[in-house]
Design a protein around this ligand. Structure first.
Ligand SMILES: Cc1ncc(COP(=O)(O)O)c(C=O)c1O
Length: 373
């Protein structure tokens, strides 16, 4: 039994065959009259009466070529959150712990708590305008039998800080946890935007590693709810696919996702990441140099600004300038505001001018950039 399979709840390891209650028609004979569907007489012919195909083969094939992994190493999920939920359900119960590196994406802890699991956090180490993983602290916590850590989440690039953790740090953790009873999950929701290499090319080297991807960020397609779990352990993925609920991407989602993933569109998509990176560099420089606001180094499509009154910045930007930025109450890091990169120089300029205006109009305290920090 593989390490990942051994970490899965025992009762999920031998699930009922999904063919028994699945959606696919296993018969060789094509039916002409459908009396197996409970449908409205008016809308039955609008095209959505049948349940969608589970793990749609065309979408599987498109995702496998975009992510450059064999189909057998990939499972379609209901967006990134669907992946986090599925993995938390498979691995965690009340005697287990889930390890994170705060500040990071809040759902890892939310879904762990939903399973009754404990949550442990080894905070990031701040160095200047960026953050590092506390590799020693993480490996120690993940290896400590008293904690019973089942899952370790590494969010790379990290939300909300925007940090891309250096590969040597991630490899160090993977090497040292290679033979431990812990699943290491790398959340790469923002990897395309960073332009950095994905860990998917190392799935065979690290059998206890799982990589999570989503179309929500890289393709601006959060509405589709399409994501993926990628692993070198095909036995584990077989169980993941056969664990209820048998989520299927809806037919409109499959159609739209196939359109986005069409090979003819990918060059344009890649170009847009380059544009975001250039706009981000310019915006970040202006915010720190011209406005003296402390901003973290980012490899994503957003910047984390450190301000003394995040609530005031948030409400003033929307009320006075009709600019909506990330709600600071939803951030797992205090005294900061998360701002997405605008799609053009003009949008970013509007943000800069509005921040400048706020500073002049109100008693707003925007801390000075500390070059010695
Ligand atoms: C780091 C990270 N992982 C996962 C997700 C969830 O992805 P999805 O929107 O596809 O559910 C998000 C969404 O904000 C995220 O920021």
């Amino acid at each position: 039994m593989s390490r990942l399979v051994s970490l899965v709840h025992e009762h999920l390891r031998e699930p009922n065959s999904i063919e028994l209650r699945g959606t696919a028609d296993n018969s060789d004979i094509q039916a002409e009259t459908f009396l197996n569907q409970n449908v409205n007489l008016v809308t039955r012919n609008w095209g959505y009466a049948a349940y969608p195909e589970y793990q749609n083969p065309e979408l599987l094939s498109a995702l496998s070529s975009i992510y450059n992994v064999p189909e057998e190493n990939l499972m379609i999920t209901q967006g990134g959150e669907g992946a986090i939920n599925r993995l938390s359900e498979m691995f965690c119960s009340k005697d287990d712990a889930v390890l994170t590196h705060g500040p990071t994406f809040f759902s890892y802890q939310d879904f762990a708590q939903k399973q009754g699991a404990h949550t442990l956090d080894v905070p990031l180490i701040k160095t200047g305008d960026t953050y590092k993983l506390d590799t020693k602290g993480i490996v120690n916590a993940a290896s400590d039998k008293n904690y019973n850590v089942k899952m370790l989440w590494i969010c790379n690039p990290n939300n909300p800080t925007g940090t891309y953790f250096e590969p040597h740090q991630v490899f160090d953790i993977l090497e040292r946890l290679k033979n431990k009873d812990v699943a290491v999950i790398i959340d790469e929701a923002y990897i395309e935007i960073s332009g950095k290499k994905s860990m998917t090319e190392h799935i065979d080297k690290y059998p206890n590693m799982i990589v999570m991807r989503t179309l929500s960020k890289a393709y601006s397609a959060a509405g589709l709810r399409v994501g993926a779990i990628i692993s070198g352990d095909t036995d584990f993925l077989d169980i993941a696919r056969k664990t209820p609920p048998f989520y299927s991407a809806s037919e409109p989602s499959v159609t739209a996702a196939l359109e986005l993933l069409d090979p003819s569109k990918q060059e344009e998509v890649q170009e847009s990441y380059k544009k975001i990176r250039a706009l981000r560099r310019a915006l970040s420089r202006s915010i720190s140099n011209e406005l003296n606001i402390k901003v973290d180094q980012s490899d994503t499509n957003f910047l984390l600004l450190h301000v003394d009154e995040p609530e005031q910045v948030y409400t003033s930007l929307i009320k006075q300038h009709k600019i909506k930025v990330g709600d600071p109450n939803l951030l797992s890091i205090g005294k900061s505001v998360r701002v997405s990169i605008g799609e053009s120089l003009a949008t970013n300029l509007k943000l800069l001018e509005s921040l400048q205006d706020l500073r002049e109009q109100t008693s707003l305290e925007l801390p000075k950039f500390d070059h010695t920090n």
